[in-house]
Design a protein around this ligand. Structure first.
Ligand code: SF4
Length: 409
């Protein structure tokens, strides 16, 4: 029995990560519009030409490319935003991801053929809001993360014809789908202008006072030696309940993380691709899918608000999770056929003779790290993190976008 499955939509922080997302099985990517998306500081698509290159390459592969233009502009930014959007639209993106009602209405009027997806920042929580946006010509709504699966199914039934997209993986805001002022209050860095400083992840110091204490004294309340993590949300991972998410009838499953590393992106996209391919065939999700996702760094996982039986969204114990089971040790740059060896960028220390996993878009295999050569061309017992142009033996040419990985336990 086969089942229709939603599009797998991955973040593209730059063109390299777009290529990795597609190689590991994404159907579509989203990238930020320079200066007018909510990843203002770390966007690797710096110009309209960069986006145009990405869009053309995606289309040549038969894939989709969405542009996040989801800033809420102040008055002074409206004109520049409009001019920039006009240039982006000329590049032929498959949709614009937008949040500001005025800007959406302007695009619908000026460019009626350009599909608009409503950004999660607009916090669509119910069917009547979704119908409102659909009536205004919005093709797809990216639903607020706070919804239960039964509410999503109801929205699909109440607003037929509207495409629905949901987040399945990645970091979440402790604020209601992005409506947060912590960063703005602390450092004048407005999250809704693309400048969030991730203040919710900071360790805070909590003190209790009491009339019983001497004047000026208080009791420090801490969870570890660094402080407390009042607002530190676990990361979303809906993989264990992905069959239920697919059954809710959504059209697109979105992975968060335009600033995440190429390795993170490869493993997470691979995990969800394996799971979706299994679901499409009526098979259970293979353990390899969860292992791929758990091979990445996270703040602990939860499956969000989709069901009622999750752990608490807040990770009160620590700012990171101890669940990291693998780590990338090198990104593979090319294979040297003359000497049957790989040129690598070292990401974590590699020791001569240790067992590593070769992660490729087509699967994994075990190799032994032998004949390590450092960036000076000298044989060595150890390669340190951060070194470029180092080498180790590999008898065959791995596919592009492959990595070397170490299992930690
Ligand atoms: S500070 Fe945290 S909750 Fe606020 S916008 Fe940034 S990531 Fe979201």
């Amino acid at each position: 029995m086969t089942q229709p499955i939603p599009e797998l939509l991955a973040p593209a922080g730059d063109i390299e990560r777009m290529r990795i997302a597609f190689a590991y099985g994404a159907d579509a990517v989203y990238a930020g519009q320079p200066a007018f998306s909510l990843r203002g500081r770390e966007n690797g698509f710096k110009t309209v030409a960069d986006l145009g290159e990405g869009i053309r390459e995606a289309h040549a592969l038969g894939k989709l490319f969405f542009v996040a233009s989801n800033l809420f502009p102040h008055n002074a930014k409206v004109g520049p935003f409009q001019r920039a959007l006009s240039e982006i639209i000329e590049q032929g993106p498959d949709a614009l991801i937008m949040a500001d009602p005025g800007m959406i209405a302007w695009v619908r009027h000026e460019f009626p053929k350009v599909p608009v997806h409503l950004s999660v920042q607009s916090h669509a929580l119910n069917w009547i809001t979704c119908k409102f946006w659909h009536d205004l010509g919005v093709e797809r709504v990216i639903l607020a993360r706070e919804l239960k699966l039964r509410e999503i199914t109801e929205i699909r039934e109440q607003v037929p014809g509207l495409e629905l997209e949901v987040f399945v993986h990645g970091a979440v805001c402790m604020a209601s789908s992005g409506r947060c002022m912590i960063s703005n209050y602390m450092e004048y860095r407005d999250a809704n202008q693309g400048n969030c400083n991730n203040a919710c992840r900071f360790p805070f110091e909590l003190t209790a006072t009491s009339p019983d204490l001497p004047p000026g004294e208080s009791i420090r309340v801490t969870e570890d030696e660094h402080g407390t993590y009042l607002f530190n949300a676990r990361d979303l991972c809906a993989l264990p309940i992905l069959e239920q998410v697919v059954a809710s009838g959504v059209q697109s499953l979105k992975i968060e993380g335009r600033t995440r590393s190429p390795y993170y992106l490869a493993q997470v996209v691979r995990g969800y691709r394996l799971a979706l391919d299994a679901i499409a065939q009526g098979q259970p999700i293979p353990p390899e899918a969860l292992a791929a996702v758990h091979a990445t760094d996270a703040r602990g996982w939860m499956s969000g608000f989709y069901t009622s039986d999750d752990p608490l969204p807040q990770n009160l114990e620590a700012d990171r999770s101890g669940a990291l089971r693998s780590e990338v040790v090198a990104q593979i740059r090319e294979w040297d056929p003359a000497r049957s060896r790989l040129r690598i960028s070292v990401r974590n220390r590699i020791m001569e003779g240790e067992t590593l996993e070769l992660l490729t878009p087509h699967g994994t295999k075990t190799i032994t790290a032998t004949n390590l050569v450092n960036q000076k061309g000298q044989k060595t017992e150890k390669l340190h993190s951060g070194l470029e142009n180092c080498y180790l033996d590999c008898p065959e040419n791995p596919p592009p976008h492959s990595f070397l990985v170490r299992h930690l336990f």
